[in-house]
Ligand binder design. Sequence first.
Ligand SMILES: Cc1ncc(C[n+]2csc(CCOP(=O)(O)OP(=O)(O)O)c2C)c(N)n1
Ligand SMILES: [Mg+2]
Length: 947
Amino acid sequence: MSDSEKTSSQDDQTAVPAQAPTPQASAPRASVIHEGLPTQLPDIDPDETQDWLDSFDAMLDDRGRDRARYVMLRLLERARQHSVGVPGLRSTDYINTIAPEREPWFPGDEETERRIRAFIRWNAAVMVSDANRPGLEVGGHIATYQSSASLYEVGFNHFFKGKDAPGGGDQIYIQGHAAPGVYARAYLEGRLTEEQLLRFRQEVQHGKGKGLSSYPHPRLMPEFWEFPTVSMGLTAINSIYQARFNRYLHNRGIKDTSQQNVWAFLGDGEMAEPESLGALRVAAREELDNLTWVINCNLQQLDGPVTGNGKIIQELEANFRGAGWNVIKVIWGREWDDLLARDVDGVLVNAMNSTPDGAFQTYSVEDGAYNREHFFGADPRLRKMVEHMSDRQIEKLPRGGHDYRKVYAAFDSAAKHAGQPTVILAHTVKGWTIEGLEGKNASHQMKKLKKDDLKKFRDRLYLPMSDKEIDATYDATGTAPFFHPGKDSAEIEYMMERRHQLGGSIPRRVIRAKELKVPGDESYKELKQGSGKSKIATTMAVVRLLRDWMKNEEIGKRIVPIAPDEYRTFGMDSMFPSAKVYNPFGQRYESVDRKLLLKWREDVDGQLLHEGISEAGAMASATAAGSSYSTHGEVMIPFYIFYSMFGFQRTGDSIWAMADQLARGFLIGATAGRTTLTGEGLQHADGHSPLLAATNPAVVHYDPAHAYEVAHIMQDGLRRMYTSTEEHPHGEDVIFYMTVYNEPTSQPKEPEDLDLEGLFKGIYKFGEAPESTGGDAPRVQLLASGIGFPWVEKAQRLLADDWGVAADLWSVTSWNELARDAVEAEKWSLNHPEEQAREAYVTTKLEGAVGPVVAVSDYMRAVPLQIAHWVPEDFHVLGTDGFGFADTRPAARRFFQVDAESVVVASLRALAQRGEVKPEVVAEAFAKYRIDDPTAVADVKQEGGDA
Ligand SMILES: Cc1ncc(C[n+]2csc(CCOP(=O)(O)OP(=O)(O)O)c2C)c(N)n1
Ligand SMILES: [Mg+2]
């Protein structure tokens, strides 16, 4: 490495590159500093610059580093005030961002709000403790809500807009483990009864829907919860994309969302999930000032400290500032203000800056004397600063997240901030106000409060409840009584009035969307006609239909195409010029391909969501769009198309959360199959996504073989999800997953007498064996799905021509749906012992079909094997178990033994086992086709192999 490279790659602001090519030979140049601001400018007045540097040096000599640092910071602040483009700081001192003199006037009644908070704290803790009485012990969490009560209550009393607020209200994501606090508030508001609180985490034993779900689960409490939040990290990313989707709706003229804000409550431990911080720049880039995160920094997670040796708040601050967010730290309560004002030497701030989180956690549980000794004891000036305070006063010095006014100031500032998303980093103590829990490493898992804990807790909250009352209830039930001050009390009136002003109670989930008028049969005609002499892949069929949908007057604008940087892969680049890629700032440059017909176009009202390379982001968009019918009262139809390998496998948990959120939409696993996407190899070759899809009860999976099947499935998807029936007045809460392929195949015309019921339920007979085989030929039933269908078609010919065997063909559109139906039938039969057992649909369909049944698909055997138990005859399955690799399709199919020749040998073997053909025939076929040898297909050509 040359010296000049060394120098120029340093962060050092003063280093001068050895050979800086300057326009004016005499002018020295500063090197580039980090954070991307241009400083590589010629110095137009070196003498003046030197004067400034000399005075800085003089100040440093005379007044020391602290003073020099102070003046530098003030200069930076002044420069920013005047919009001089200086680089931002990545971290600030470990103090409140909002100085006391800049705190706003507090518009509420602080004492009444304190009492409300105390009631909620009490009921939240008692409810969890109660759920853990002997013999019930269903778990729950006390400590999380106790650390964040003030954060929520400031929001509830002053900021969160309910559904009836002008503009439709806010979206609020509540930290999953804080759910008891939200139930406790709903109880005070009269939305939940005491009986319901007593049924926390008992969702079926008192009757379905009579209990309260463990965490926010819209699927389980669809009129209460809106956003499922308990899987750490998903709240973070989903809230960003929700805020972005709000803007998308607005910019596309679908709904005015300008008055709506997204609030997300998160844990400091949760920030370690990649999904938590992974999308920060999306929020910054799109200037989502409709988004506020509140991170409850209690410095603890489940097992213990988040970063005992470090400082999580400082770490997060640097991350967020670096990503372009507005950061508001709420570190200390008001009792520290006076101390900080007297900290002229910076010793207190220095102690705050240098104390690791692990030590702060210890200070939170130790008494005043310990804190005096250890925190203030290190420096005589610090010690002196608290001389006038009693140990008790020192012990009571609170964290900012528990100071209602400080929290209010942070929320107020966040709400007014423009041009950036805001994160509030609130310093709290886990289990705050409950002595037995506070700050303990194990607090997250402490679920039970003893009599003594309860009494101390009551005292701390100043709750008007006698020892006698507590003792009596505890002795009778093993827990404490709930507290309600009465409907007409000042506190309840106050909180109800606040909620009334802010648009009603929250959380609340409502469906106000108008029903869609979905396109009729006409729109699907083209695909049902088949492809004639040409070949098309099912992925193409899907895209063609999508294009038609987008032109449809009723539903066109409601479709939200989503792709993680793969539109070209799926042949959708033709949509760029017309539908356009959504960008809230439009396109501020001339596109490189602007002269081409298929040019790249970004626009404010662009319809295509282009997520960059983020499947997690794409899923978050699909979730926001798919639940818009309830969140916004505007039905939107997400159409998320992806490499099937990077769907369920990569983002399965997000799809699970999407299902919990009762979101609907189309997920399209394009380039599906283990052997169909040739060349891409092991990590692209999807041989199992249907199996993963089967694990999600909301997901309806189809693996269509033919374009007309695609058409019917998409049409039925719209019908089921977006139209009203008696059973599902607002549409069904399902997600359609379709696996489609990139291999061009001849698409047959839709048969005249198509068995539509069979197609939707998962299996229908496609065709009989050719008559040439004769009536008494041995017979097999060949079942195939998706791209496996052409293999059984060819096998049918080979069996007839080479071996005189008759094969009937069945198109299996969904192994998953057949298996689900069978399980449902069993369940029904178990529950109706007096009635004739219900038969699985697949059994009914295959009954009377002659001969063994051989199934094949481009997936692992476990996919078709799901139906094995209900197939009335011998069942043999071929599949693609194992890792994929790169090669041609014929080679891959021969390797996995799923091609036509393999189907033939498997069929003959199945017949031989029943004595219907001679065993030698199997060996003969095996030798003829060499199905164990992929080199036998070395020269077989393929077409359209790439993605
Ligand atoms: C994806 C995921 N992994 C693990 C958990 C289990 N879990 C629940 S809470 C928790 C700790 C949370 O700590 P933090 O985010 O700091 O929240 P706090 O309760 O301290 O506010 C863990 C690990 C989970 N819910 N989700
Ligand atoms: Mg925590």
